[in-house]
Design a protein around this ligand. Structure first.
Ligand code: PMP
Length: 360
């Protein structure tokens, strides 16, 4: 068996220990005689798996008691609709910060349900920087302010949580959740698709302050009504049971890495060495404002784009895969989520130096 270092933006690598444990428990989960996939979601075995996953996530993120944790379906894209449906609470306006491709999709979807005020936009810098908080134009009557802490495609990340006063702050944390500690109490709602730092695709985590739910629009699909799902412990209907089990194994793995403080230290180191390698070279470049470069997604371009295909091919031969940049921006993108070992980043840097020497 030879596993590769997979730099995919998502679905992305999972920790090998987690995959091995899942393999070992595949046919008989802890003496139950069943695979987790075969269990009733209402049976005591699966209920214990779901409860432990929630408890571990609460511990990892230090989630206050007045927040509900939901495991839903529909991906982050589903939440682009579910957030306005649940959080408008009779209001007609919401503020959105536009920092790139994923913000834009959230804005377009919210526009079906309310007036969107784009409070700030990174467009003037081609989304290579984040507009300073002092330039944001917030509305007086916004139901919430939505932003995207990490733009997965352009590799632009907020390194601080913006201050927005009393307005509930909503964050699409799909590509940065669990990469470092965050103060959950600063947020009204956090959501994330699972397929980067949580587990396999299919689960969407929602963390929401209790007082914000219970006033969903009457036509909200019941599976996306946060209050109804909270009441049903996210089991209003059959949840993605196996995905939730794997997410639970990832949470246990994260605890073994020293929790989010431990993970942040590793992530910072991985990102810093990769950016340093890019900045130290005349052959590779990254156009993002150094103050908001992502720890998770590192796009870069070659000085000779004609060599892109050769670069990708040679990298792949060395077990460094899925480095091709998003189709909308071209070049390369190395996604280095929690499960990418530091050795994978080291190997990528060595390969990049060697490739440069042979081709510059
Ligand atoms: N938001 C962000 C920041 C993302 O990176 C992605 C997926 N790449 C999405 C939303 C969409 O997620 P999903 O495919 O789970 O709907």
């Amino acid at each position: 068996m030879s596993r590769v270092y997979n730099f995919s933006a998502g679905p992305a690598m999972l920790p090998e220990e987690v995959l091995r444990q899942a393999r070992d428990e595949m046919l008989d989960w802890q003496g139950s005689g069943m695979c987790v996939m075969e269990m009733s979601h209402r049976g005591k075995e699966f209920v214990s798996i779901a409860e432990r996953a929630e408890a571990d996530l609460r511990e990892l993120m230090n989630i206050p008691d007045n927040y509900k944790v939901l495991f839903l379906q529909g991906g982050a894209t589903g939440m682009f609709s579910a957030v306005p449906l649940n959080l408008l609470r009779g209001r007609t306006r919401a503020d959105y910060v536009n920092t790139g491709a994923w913000s834009k999709k959230a804005i377009a979807e919210a526009g079906k349900y309310c007036q969107v005020n784009v409070a700030a936009s990174g467009e003037a810098s081609q989304f290579m920087s984040i507009p300073p908080r002092s330039a944001w134009q917030l509305s007086d009557d916004a139901a919430y302010l939505h932003y995207t802490p990490n733009e997965t495609i352009s590799g632009v990340e907020f390194h601080q949580v913006p201050e927005v006063g009393e307005t509930p702050l909503v964050a699409d944390m799909s590509s940065t959740i669990l990469s470092r500690p965050v103060d959950v109490s600063r947020f009204g709602l956090i959501y994330a698709g699972a397929q980067k730092n949580i587990g396999p695709a299919g689960i969407t985590v929602v963390i929401v302050r209790e007082d914000l739910i219970g006033e969903a629009r009457a036509d909200t699909p019941m599976v996306w009504d946060f209050a109804k799902q909270a009441e049903a412990d996210s089991m209003l209907n059959t949840p993605p049971t196996y995905g939730l089990y794997l997410a639970g194994l990832v949470f246990q793995w994260l605890k073994r890495q020293g929790g989010l403080e431990g993970m942040a230290e590793i992530n910072r180191r991985k990102a810093e060495k990769l950016y340093r390698a890019i900045d130290d070279s005349d052959f590779y470049s990254n156009p993002v404002d150094p103050d908001c470069r992502s720890w998770m997604n590192v796009p870069f371009v070659l000085a000779k784009p004609a060599l892109d295909a050769t670069f990708l091919e040679e990298a792949k031969r060395q077990g460094l895969t899925t480095l091709k940049g998003h189709r909308s921006v071209g070049g390369m993108r190395a996604s280095i989520y929690n499960a990418m070992p530091e050795a994978g980043v080291d190997k990528l840097i060595d390969f990049m130096r060697d490739f440069e020497q042979r081709n510059a």
